[in-house]
Ligand binder design. Sequence first.
Ligand code: B3K
Ligand code: ZN
Length: 855
Amino acid sequence: PAVIRRSDYRPPAWLVPDIELDFALDPARTQVRATLTVERNGAHDGPLRLDGDGLVPVAIRVDGKVLKQDQWHLEDGTLVLPLCGDRHEVETLVEIAPQDNSKLMGLYASGGLLCTQCEAEGFRRITFFPDRPDVLSRYRVRMVADKSAYPILLANGDPVESGDLGDGRHYAVWTDPYPKPCYLFALVAGDLACNADRFVTMSGRQVRLGIWVKEADIPRTAHAMQALKNSMAWDERVYGREYDLDVFNIVAVDDFNFGAMENKGLNIFNSRYILADPETATDLDYDGVEGVVAHEYFHNWSGNRVTCRDWFQLSLKEGFTVFRDQNFSADMGSHAVKRIEDVRILRAGQFQEDNGPLAHPVRPESYMEISNFYTATIYNKGAELIRMMALMAGPERFRAGTDLYFDRHDGEAATCEDFVVAMEEGADLDLRQFRLWYEQAGTPRVKALLSHDPATATATLTLEQQIPPTPGQPDKKPMAIPLRTALFDSATGAHGRDEVLMLTEARQSFLFENVAHGPILSINRGFSAPVIVETNLSQPDLAFLAAHDDDPFARYEAMQQLMVNVLIGRIAGSPVGEDAVIEAVRGAITNPALDAAFVAEAVRLPSEAYLGDQMERVDPDAIHAARDALQQRIGAALEPLWRDIHARTGAASFSLSPAAKGARKLRNAALHYLVASGAADGPAIAFAQFSEADNMTERQAALATLANGGSEEREAALDIFYNRYASDPLTLDKWFQTQAFALHPAIVDQVAELGRHKDFTLANPNRVRALIGAFAANQWGFHQASGRGYALVADCIVALDRINPQTAARLVPPLGRWRRFDGARAAMMREQLQRILATPGLSKDVMEQAGKSLD
Ligand code: B3K
Ligand code: ZN
């Protein structure tokens, strides 16, 4: 497949200021008539090229005249029309079959609905068009459909006309006054019910809000609606951004390739990010709904009003919008816990990506298939870049920078460079060296050495940075790394100034004065930079920070590092220093000043995958054994405390208050340790929690705890869960996922069997992710020495590629991590990648991921 390069960007040869779309909707055969006003852009005599994917023109007209066969041709799906003037009206008619569209890109059927997904390049599967984000058009959309099957017809913008056609069909017309790229086009037709509400904007405009779902799901939409209203108010308050249409609609669909889509005025969501009630949604699900609703809403400014010039600039909208949704969620709940969760996600997804064959810069240089670049690097590392700029600027100057960015580029398709320039000018920052964060892939490693001189009462912090080579980038330049730092006085427990040190050279020293006692270094507080810091902190120093650091992230981090050091020791065969971990955990769970949600985070052992990341070569079995053993020790040593916490946190009735959520999180952590302790009644306590819970957070956690073991309660609980939720797809996903994540010796057989279960299907991406995606993230299970886990995932990739290449390609990266494993495992992983690559008719999505993984 062809490689697309950032350096090849050229402005569009033709613009399309206006488009009218006319849909005769039908699942088997939909007719799409498109009327484009096209304008030559600049002085050239090139033809008009309209992208198409799988389309055959039924008729083409230019300025009302039908074109003959020799007046147009198709080049690789693209419709090429030589045009002599500078402005024409081009009309095309095509036919498509939504019900056969298993890729879920373009116009497709899900449940009884017809819906669209166009980002990144789905619009070309609907009609011929210059499918690139820098061609912005005003849309008028007319839809005709059978009235009983599709009583609701929605599109972008505002409804302007509707009526009956008398033959059982009806129609609706929507117009969107804001010019937009075609990736933001959307329509939905179906039998939907609406949770309707309203929002009054800061300038007093009334906006009609609608969340459209199946009738029976209406009671599960309240949380999403509240999140939407909170997001709208937050964007006004924090960024001064007001909503700009009279209508804002959200539709939930069951078959969706990712989380949701920010189509202008008509967001389309994976139903898992809309529907929530206590019976079926965990607190994590509730948070996911809130965060994704906010994310898509925030795109209205960061993405829609200011869009991307080309797909290399994807992080311009995604990184910024993730940063915005992270801060929104922090404001709605706990800043400390949100930061811990976000860093955990970054480390689990992005650090691994940055350290493997698919590493790429936040602004990539090339791609084969853009769908493969909706990555943790573009999204989460991209958000960290914005966060660093916000830290360096401070809140007021950062806001001045974003104001300038929005004002300057409103209505435009912009670049990452435009954002950086707006920050330099509006926030008064010098970002010349900082730009390297957009260019250089790989996670910087920072070595921090603190030395103290009692004679002069000074301390010297020496920092060294090193950025590892990544594909295509063997040599790296030093970057500008902002590190929030404080020195603690071990005698008083207090610390000096909390300051941002700017590390800009390969090696640099910082002098601290008036440091009387042996200082303890607290660095990268709040995770101010997305880097790996190595310190020479001793276990007692880490224990001190775990007990005293007033920056919650740094405190959590110290605790984690304390645990990592002990676990790495155990993996290497010397289980020493475990009592210090036990005491640190005891300190956290008995400290009444700490918030329960924070405690639950702090006492959790680092994941098996995170431990693997700390090793030269990942040894999944040794990691699992060491972690299991330490868990058992912590469980047993503090058993009465776990029992007490578990009993004490069980009383309250369900609420979504931060206190109630924190209590559930801590209760589940306590249950986990109690069962891990090996106490004879552990499984019975878990089963009781499973049976008696009035909410999914506790029920699922209990199920997950049981799923790890071999108790009789395990099978009983799984059966009960299945029978209770078999008819609810989102909750049934949890049944698959809980088993796929289980740390159970027979996991590979279990997952293989679940893959043959009557409720498993490759047609639904949520189901595939719940079983196969989850299993591939289960380090101990996926990497079992037999290699059968690899074959299982590869089989799924090959089968799914024929149906849905985009979702299939997302399963490839776990196999691409072979360099991190021993020779036998690495060989088996490579063998599967080779087998995938040798499959005839492979999509370019999977070909790119598998090919790069073998390089
Ligand atoms: N912008 C969409 C992602 C589209 C992914 C296409 N492969 C959702 C989001 O990031 O908000
Ligand atoms: Zn987004």
